[in-house]
Design a binder for this molecule. Structure first.
Ligand code: SAM
Ligand code: SF4
Length: 337
């Protein structure tokens, strides 16, 4: 992948002067797990014919890069469950101007795909892991097997990926007492970790989000009993704020949509598996990019203009309140977290 982007003019600027340089593409809303904070246990999934095709996903990624985007994260649902998904990584991996091609995955299929992802030019892998206790893992994911995710992490590390990061959603009384153990896990492997505050997306019957809330400040206070954490201004282009420890290469990040709203510096938009371009994670503002793509199969400029115009409706920020879903009908699996 070329590191040069000299010929590319950044063109995605919103009304508040924020430049969009980062796109998250959700390639499926389906998943082999059912994490309690992400999905309800009786989800209805998008009919396959309503999904963007793999070619459409690749085209959308390319058009965003032509508009100045330099980082694309492939997410879902579980992206590696989408049939022939490597095709998308391979075509995005060839784009000049794309500095970072990343994936967020639950890791269950990494033993099969780590090599191909590396070959396609994937630069970073985020693996979601909320517990190192197999019963807890199964309870949080409603059906998962811890060992599959651990094997996936090993496969990514063996393949030589340097930027493997854990994503951990911290829930009070479910895993909040495991943060120290998880930091030890990443320190032993020279990995990084981000702790995430749960966000209220979609209605989830059997899980009380307000009761499960555990703030980044509480996590940091817990970890400070074991580590000397110092704040850094390092960034991976996402919403996490990072801390370093003097005796380790690992970074500890905090994604704190409630306690430290990160909207001011938002540089991101998302495209759902159905082709909705979401201008904010916690608001409904969107445009129908699938329609724009299908109405203009040969006219890239028309699709790019639709994307440029959408910047006018990017809202100033989200307003999460755990007592109510910010977006009732859209769970995280459909949003492309
Ligand atoms: N299946 C992949 C995975 O789990 O990594 C990718 C999709 S998942 C929706 C992306 C990230 O969103 C995961 O790290 C997951 O933990 C996080 N997530 C899901 N629902 C969330 C919620 N309600 N609040 C905060 N993070 C959430
Ligand atoms: Fe699946 Fe990821 Fe959602 Fe868990 S967080 S249910 S692994 S999409």
């Amino acid at each position: 992948m070329s590191k040069s982007s000299q010929s590319i003019q950044p063109m995605l600027i919103d009304r508040f002067g924020r430049q969009v340089t980062y796109v998250r593409l959700s390639v499926t809303d389906r998943c082999d797990l059912r994490c309690v904070y992400c999905m309800s246990d009786d989800m209805t999934f998008v009919p396959r014919e309503q999904l963007l095709t793999l070619e459409e996903i690749s085209r959308i990624g390319r058009l965003f890069v032509e508009l100045g985007v330099n980082k694309i994260r492939i997410s879902g649902g579980e992206p590696l469950t989408r049939r022939n998904i490597l095709q998308v990584f391979q075509s995005l991996g060839e784009l000049d101007g794309l500095h970072d091609l990343t994936i967020t995955t639950n890791g269950t299929l990494l033993t099969r795909y780590a090599q191909d992802l590396k070959d396609a030019g994937v630069t970073r892998i985020n693996v979601s892991l909320d517990s190192l206790d197999s019963d807890r893992f199964t309870s949080i994911t409603r059906n998962g097997k811890l060992q599959k995710t651990l094997d996936g992490i090993d496969a990514a590390l063996e393949m030589g990926f340097k930027n493997v990061k854990l994503n951990t959603v911290v829930l009070k009384n479910r895993n909040h007492d495991e943060t120290h153990k998880l930091v030890e896990f990443v320190r032993q492997r020279n990995m990084d970790i981000s702790f995430i505050e749960e966000m209220p997306l979609g209605v989830i019957g059997d899980h009380d989000r307000a009761e499960a809330y555990y703030s980044s400040d509480q996590i940091r206070a817990d970890l400070s009993k074991h580590y000397d954490l110092s704040a850094t201004d390092e960034t991976t282009g996402g919403p996490a704020s990072y801390y370093r420890m003097p005796d380790s290469q690992s970074k500890v990040g905090f994604i704190s949509p409630h306690s430290h709203n990160f909207c001011e510096s938002c540089n991101r938009v998302r495209v759902t598996a159905e082709g909705s371009l979401l201008l904010c994670l916690g608001q409904e503002h969107s445009i129908d990019l699938r329609r724009a793509v299908r109405a203009n199969p040969l006219d890239d400029e028309a699709v790019k203009q639709a994307i440029i115009d959408s910047m006018q409706i990017k809202p100033k920020g989200h307003d999460f309140d755990l007592s109510r879903p910010a977006v009732i009908m859209r769970h995280m699996n459909a949003t492309g977290g």
